[in-house]
Structures are given as structure tokens and as C-alpha cells.
Design a protein around this ligand. Structure first.
Ligand code: PEP
Ligand code: CO
Length: 456
């Protein structure tokens, strides 16, 4: 059954209040860009979307684990082979480590191929007495602090879509071509893994995976054609509603409307009003969807979201991405777990330990500390286990490159190090080593709670 009701269309969000949308100078240019966009071919297919929904449903029931990661905001200039392969490599490596920790299949979802639009706390930014519209992501305007760069340009959404297509094309070819063959994890090694204090632990895990494959093939006689290749799915925050609408279509032989620009769109924390335009748009699409849940989410608000977005309760349809911060999670999460339990519906519980742990240094740099991120995650595992619920995944802002944006980790990056290689225009990301170390530490944590956690 399609979740879209008779009064829903891909445009019906336009009758509601849509927060965080750019103000384009020309509505004619906007309309023409949306029209052109809507005739372009899809980036993903309904088969892939259904396969992911099925897997997320299994994760919601405690049978899989979800790893989602990528940049806070993708930049047009990041659409290059080195940046893309480094990102795939770190996601693959982390997923291998997590498989060893949870002993379950891991679903890999990138925050990529469409993660261009950003919510901003202020519509304007002031520097040295000059005020300009805020940077809202590369599909809207440009971060340079000049009045020309900050004017929203509707053609940028087409440029963003083309880059997303180039990126997915490259990822699909890499995965098909053997880059992700589990028999050859050495293809994924990055130069600086050799210098990491955790290299030995990682190499041991890789050896363990090779051993398990050999065991399956030689001893059990299973030729693991189905496990040789790993899948990647794409996700982004579906914030910019005109571009989401443009790629929302019916497909032959299936019910309902699909957002065919990504497998797994999510609603950001600032746009999760049950009466707002984003929830209106999301209620009508068939894709699996996520909603960010922060400290201000009231139980009745969550109950309404469950009614509107998760009407038939199909496992895999709705993922709740909680992001409270290490200090607040213990006071906030248990009552939301209760709301879901009372609804009788199954959701996938998923932790984003990044966005509740952002702080600004005395020098004015936005950062996050490795220890806070890990602390929130460890608490999330414990709180779900204590509530008889299942934490089915983790969400990171990360990069496969050697940036210095988050403090801490095995190398003990401090605030002075942040100046060395800080590249993000928006939120700070874990670098390659920090991301891998985080995966190793979560895998340890999962081993300690294995067997204790059961599904709600
Ligand atoms: C994000 O994921 O980059 C983001 C803005 O998160 P949130 O909506 O949780 O603040
Ligand atoms: Co972010």
C-alpha cells in the first residue's frame, strides 16, 4: 500500500510553512530549473530503494547494523577521484571493524551524492560590519564572503545533481570493478594507516575476516558470491524541497511515489515540525526515511510524527536518528523510547553522536571532541540495552582525508592542531584515523553488550 494519501502530491508541501529554504531573486528562473531537473533521469532505482528498506527493517528488528557517514556538507570541489575513494575506503574499513564487533551484517550508507543543502541558525552572516545571506550549501550559493557568491542561484541545484550523478557513477564502477571485494581488503589501505597506533588492531581484524572467508569457502563449501561485493547506498538531508520534488516520481509496476535522487532521505532536526512542509513532503514518499530527534523533541511531537510518517508501522520505513549530546542523552532518550513502545510500532533506533556535541573554541573554531562523541555512543548502547531496545546503527560526519577538525583521538589532537588542516565550511568531521579508531572502540563496546540487548 502506498503511504501517499489522496490529498498528497510531490508539490503539496508548498501549501505549508517551509523553513530553511533559500530566497531566489527570480521565481521564473527557479521554475525553469525545477522543470529541467524533473526531466533528468533518476540517480537510484525503486529496486535499490526497496532492498535498502528491507535491510533497514531487519536492522530495526536487531538483525543488522547500519553505518552512515560522510561530510556535513559536500562541496562541488570534492567531486574528485581521490576524495571519493578515500571516503569509500574509510566507510568500508569501519564497516569491517563493526561486523567483527556486532557479528551481524552491516548496511553501508554514505552521506553523499546529494548532501549539499545545509540548515543554518541565521539567515544572515555578518563579518566586519558587512552582512550577507548565509551560505546554505553548494546547491544554493557559494561560501565566499561576497554579495555575488551569496546570491542563491537555482542553476546550482542542477550542477549539484550532475555531480551527484558523477559520484554515484564512479562509486558503482569501483564497487563493480573489485574495489570492494572482501577478498582484497588491502586495496583499501590508506597511506597513513601504517602510522596509526591502532594499525595492529585493524590488521588483526582484517586477517580475521580473510580467515572467515576462507573457512566458509574451503570448509563449509559455501562460495560466497553474495558476500563478495559490498553494497553502498546514498543518503542526504532532504532540506531543499524544490529539488526533492523535482525527482519524486511514480515508477512502472509499483505503487506510490519515490524520491529517485537518493535511497534514504532524512528530515533535519530544525525542519521536523509535524505541521511543516518537510513532514508533508516526506509523508507521501515510499523511500525509507530518517528523522533527526534532538533535545527539544517532546513526546507528543514524536507521537504525531509516528502517526504521520509511519502510519502502517512497516519496519524499515522509519529511522529515528537521535542526537542529544553526551550530557543530555540520559535525560532525553528513555522517554522517547517509551513513546515508540506505546505506539506499538517498530522503528530503527540510530545514534548521531556528532550534532549534540558541537562546541566553539575560545578562538572561535567549531569543533567536537572525540571523547564526547564516544561517550554519547557508549551511553546510547547502554540506555537502549537497559530499556530492552536495540541501537541499530551509528551516524558520523567524517572524511577519508587527514583533516584536523575534531579534537582528541589516539593522536591527541588539540585546539592548536585545528588550525593545521581545517577544511569544513560547516561542521567538523572525524578524520580518517579518528573514524577508524571510533569504529574499533564501538566494536569493543558492542562485544561487551552482545547477548544483553534484545529488541523492544
Ligand atoms: C546535519 O546532519 O548536518 C545536521 C544539520 O544535523 P541536525 O539536523 O541533527 O542538526
Ligand atoms: Co552537520
Amino acid at each position: 500500500m502506498s503511504p501517499a494519501s489522496k490529498d498528497w502530491t510531490p508539490q503539496s508541501w508548498q501549501s505549508k510553512v517551509a523553513l530553511q529554504q533559500p530566497k531566489y531573486p527570480s521565481s521564473e528562473e527557479l521554475a525553469s530549473a525545477v522543470e529541467e531537473f524533473s526531466h533528468l533521469p533518476p540517480l537510484v532505482t525503486s529496486w535499490e530503494i526497496s532492498a535498502l528498506k528491507q535491510q533497514l527493517g531487519e536492522a530495526a528488528l536487531g538483525q543488522r547494523f547500519l553505518l552512515q557517514g560522510g561530510d556535513c556538507a559536500e562541496r562541488f570541489e570534492d567531486c574528485n577521484p581521490a576524495t571519493i575513494t578515500n571516503k569509500l575506503k574509510i566507510l568500508l574499513q569501519m564497516s569491517l571493524v563493526l561486523i567483527q564487533g556486532c557479528k551481524k551484517p552491516v548496511i553501508r550508507v554514505g552521506r553523499f551524492a546529494g548532501q549539499y543543502a545545509k540548515p543554518r541558525s541565521d539567515d544572515f552572516e555578518t563579518r566586519d560590519g558587512v552582512t550577507l545571506p548565509s551560505y546554505r550549501g553548494d546547491n544554493i550559493n557559494s561560501p565566499a564572503f561576497t554579495s555575488e557568491a551569496r546570491v542563491p542561484d537555482p542553476k546550482r541545484m542542477l550542477r549539484a545533481y550532475e555531480r551527484a550523478a558523477l559520484m554515484l557513477n564512479f562509486i558503482r564502477s569501483l564497487v563493480r570493478g573489485g574495489f570492494a571485494d572482501l577478498h582484497h581488503p588491502e586495496y583499501w589501505d590508506l597511506d597513513f594507516v601504517r602510522h596509526s597506533p591502532l594499525a595492529a588492531e585493524y590488521q588483526n581484524m582484517v586477517a580475521g575476516i580473510a580467515e572467515s572467508l576462507r573457512f566458509m569457502e574451503n570448509v563449509l563449501g559455501v562460495h560466497p558470491g553474495t558476500i563478495e561485493w559490498v553494497d553502498f547506498y546514498a543518503s542526504h538531508e532532504a532540506l531543499h524541497l524544490y529539488s526533492e520534488q523535482a525527482q519524486t516520481h511514480r515508477v512502472p509496476h509499483r505503487d506510490g511515489f519515490y524520491n529517485l535522487s537518493t535511497h534514504f532521505p532524512w528530515i533535519g532536526m530544525r525542519t521536523a515540525d509535524p505541521d511543516g512542509a518537510h513532514v508533508e513532503y516526506f509523508r507521501g514518499i515510499v523511500n525509507p526515511i530518517g528523522v533527526k530527534v534532538g533535545g527539544l523533541m517532546q513526546p507528543d511531537h514524536l507521537a504525531r510524527l509516528l502517526d504521520v510518517l509511519h502510519a502502517d508501522g512497516e519496519p524499515g520505513r522509519l529511522t529515528l536518528i537521535h542526537r542529544f549530546g553526551a550530557e543530555k542523552i540520559a535525560g532525553s532518550l528513555p522517554r522517547l523510547i517509551d513513546v515508540v513502545r506505546q505506539s506499538g510500532k517498530t522503528v530503527l533506533w540510530f545514534c548521531d553522536p556528532m550534532h549534540g556535541n558541537t562546541r566553539t573554541t575560545s578562538g572561535g573554531i567549531k569543533t567536537r571532541d572525540f571523547a564526547d562523541i564516544l561517550a554519547e555512543l557508549e551511553l546510547a548502547f547502554d540506555i537502549h540495552a537497559a530499556a530492552g531496545s536495540y541501537l541499530g546503527g551509528v551516524h558520523f560526519e567524517l572524511t577519508g582525508d587527514n583533516v584536523t577538525e575534531c579534537t582528541g583521538g589516539a593522536r591527541g589532537l588539540n585546539e592548536t592542531d585545528l588550525q593545521r588542516a581545517y577544511q569544513s565550511e560547516v561542521d567538523p568531521r572525524l578524520n580518517y584515523e579518528q573514524a577508524l579508531e571510533m569504529a574499533l572502540l564501538i566494536a569493543r563496546k558492542m562485544r561487551t553488550i552482545n547477548g544483553r540487548s534484545v529488541r523492544a
